[in-house]
Design a binder for this molecule. Structure first.
Ligand code: NOJ
Length: 552
């Protein structure tokens, strides 16, 4: 038996599709995707079978971190359109029965935000400065940063201001780029201002927010030095214990406050946390009943292509999130990680955020990567809970590895002097039409990041026409997922052979042969990520869904 979630808890089982506005569709042909481009292609997403959209930031921004550096939270950047375009997009999604959540970036603003400009113009100790984290430097003349924290993008997390007379002044904290100063969330004005930002978008009809760096915001009293643990760090930190800047207890008060704000608009508006926190039992704190509704499952995303590890992370996810009454989420790709059609076949260590490029220590193996990606997705979409897809993965897009150095945009690349490639390779404008300029991303052929020469075969129009395309697989899986109620179902493990992950979810049996010997199956195959053997067995790197007879 499976039970559908109550309507107002739509998010418990929803499949979200992440739109990265810069790279989805470009209506005005300037090389940068835009909101009218998205609105004009919503039918494709409806047709794919997703329930909701998440949009990465489209707010007014100098675009130093692709829009995660916000200059005005209540306006649309002219690059992407206007507020009227945002309204049209929200209405268009709703008309087609799709919910829409937007990104919100509360840990930091752009240095071009009015608040920061006021802060820089004001004196140390002033209320304007108190919105941010300004401190005097250490050393005889304040020439050393206030502590040893490092930016997630590389280099120090502090920058020293230059006063109008040219002399150095205080330092300000930025856990990301120097153009992204961190706000001080112990400041009441900051809290009140963000309540207003939330209401601004809730009034415009969004169904909720994806909350950027939801493990940040609150810093440890006194800003003590960071003492590294053995696991080191990644985007946001992998540590099992709080660092002085990530995972501080106080952050949960912010989410309780935000929960109240979204609930002013009824029970159907949601908060989804981007919280890079380990282990899952700790991350589950973000989705306690009075905090957020869901959190991205980065443990699942980070799992290697290994049956035992996959089984463990699935078990741990269901236990950890279930333990606080929240659904698990599942995700394999987003705009910050190497696309899973490439990542799952990498032959070398590649920490999140480092990216890959021409000089990486090994090249991806495309066919193997795609086979694994399709198998991983089919496994993921059978799991109970909510799932997140990233634009282009339904086309089986690989990472773009050969972006020329001078075309790179990610601040990570600049802040590490090219030592880390960063995240551009997963952000390339997606292909719609095989024979059109920029593969149909626009009509001019201009693109803010270069597209690979060999993407014609990935174009949507090619895949629509082919029954065994990756697009067809996604559509089929999403249709069956809805039909069989898998999102609201219950997972029951069954014994799989070595290298095989197998479970039942209601009337569907899932057999994911990760790396085992060809696996025998019984039952009617309703979806398969790749060809079976001549004997009808499931080879490695392949997942199948089987229809089980109903129980009496
Ligand atoms: C997480 C976002 O997903 C990423 O793209 C961004 O660079 C950082 N947060 C900083 O806002």
């Amino acid at each position: 038996m499976t039970t559908a979630a109550p309507v107002n808890e739509w998010w418990r089982t929803a499949v979200f599709y992440q739109i990265y506005p810069r790279s989805f569709a470009d209506a005005n042909g300037d090389g940068m995707g835009d909101l009218p481009g998205i609105t004009s292609r919503l039918e494709h997403l409806k047709d794919l079978g997703i329930d909701a959209l998440w949009l990465s930031p489209f707010y007014r921004s100098p675009q130093r971190d692709a829009g995660y550096d916000v200059e005005d939270y209540c306006d649309v950047d002219p690059l992407f359109g206007t507020l009227a375009d945002a309204d049209a997009l929200i209405a268009g999604a709703h008309r087609l029965g799709m919910r829409i959540i937007v990104d919100i970036v509360p840990n930091h603003t752009s240095d071009q935000h009015r608040w920061f400009k006021e802060a820089i113009a004001a004196e140390p100790g002033s209320p304007a400065r108190a919105r941010y984290i300004f401190r005097d430097g250490r050393g005889a003349n304040g020439e050393l940063p206030p502590n040893n924290w490092e930016s997630v993008f590389g280099g120090p997390a502090w920058t020293r201001e230059v006063r109008p007379d040219g002399t150095p002044g205080q330092w300000f904290l930025h856990l990301f780029d120097a153009t992204q100063p961190d706000l001080d969330w112990s400041n009441e004005t900051v809290k009140a201002d963000f309540d207003d930002v939330l209401r601004f978008w809730l009034e415009r009809g969004v169904d909720g927010f994806r909350v950027d760096v939801a493990h940040g915001l609150v810093k440890e009293e006194g800003l003590p030095d960071f003492v590294p643990s053995e696991s080191g760090g990644s985007m946001g930190g992998d540590e099992d214990a709080p660092t002085p800047y990530f995972g501080q207890e106080g952050v949960h008060d912010v989410w309780r406050r935000w929960r109240h704000v979204v609930e002013e608009y009824g029970p159907e508006r949601i908060l989804a946390a981007e919280a890079w926190i380990n282990p899952l039992t700790r991350m589950a704190k973000w989705v306690r009943h009075d905090e957020m509704h869901q959190a991205f499952n980065f443990a699942f995303l980070s799992a290697p292509w290994d049956a035992a590890e996959l089984r463990d992370v699935i078990t741990d996810s269901l236990a950890a999130f279930g333990g606080v009454g929240a659904p698990s989420t599942w995700v394999l790709s987003n705009h910050d990680v190497v696309r899973h059609a490439t990542r799952l076949a990498l032959t070398f260590e590649n920490p999140q955020g480092h990216g890959i490029g021409p000089l990486s220590p090994g090249m991806p193996i495309p066919d193997l990567g795609l086979a694994r990606a399709r198998a991983a997705t089919l496994l993921m979409l059978a799991l109970p809970g909510s799932a997140y897809l990233y634009q282009g993965e339904e086309l089986g897009l690989p990472e773009h590895v050969f972006i020329p150095d001078d075309a790179r945009q990610d601040p990570t690349w600049f802040r590490t002097g090219g030592e880390r490639y960063g995240r551009d390779g997963c952000r390339v404008p997606i292909p719609w039409e095989k024979d059109a300029p920029a593969y149909g991303f626009n009509s001019t052929g201009k693109t803010w990041l270069p597209q690979p020469d060999d993407w014609a075969g990935f174009a949507r129009d090619v895949q629509v026409a082919s029954a065994d395309s990756t697009l067809a697989l996604y559509k089929q899986a999403l249709a069956h997922r809805a039909e069989y109620g898998l999102g609201g179902g219950e997972l029951v493990w069954i014994d799989g052979a070595e290298g095989v992950v197998a479970f039942d979810n209601g009337r569907v049996r899932v057999v994911a042969n990760v790396s085992g010997a060809d696996a025998a199956i019984e039952g009617h195959v309703i979806a398969a990520s790749g060809p079976l053997t001549a004997e009808g067995r499931v080879p490695a790197n392949t997942t199948v869904w089987l229809h089980r007879p109903a129980h009496h």
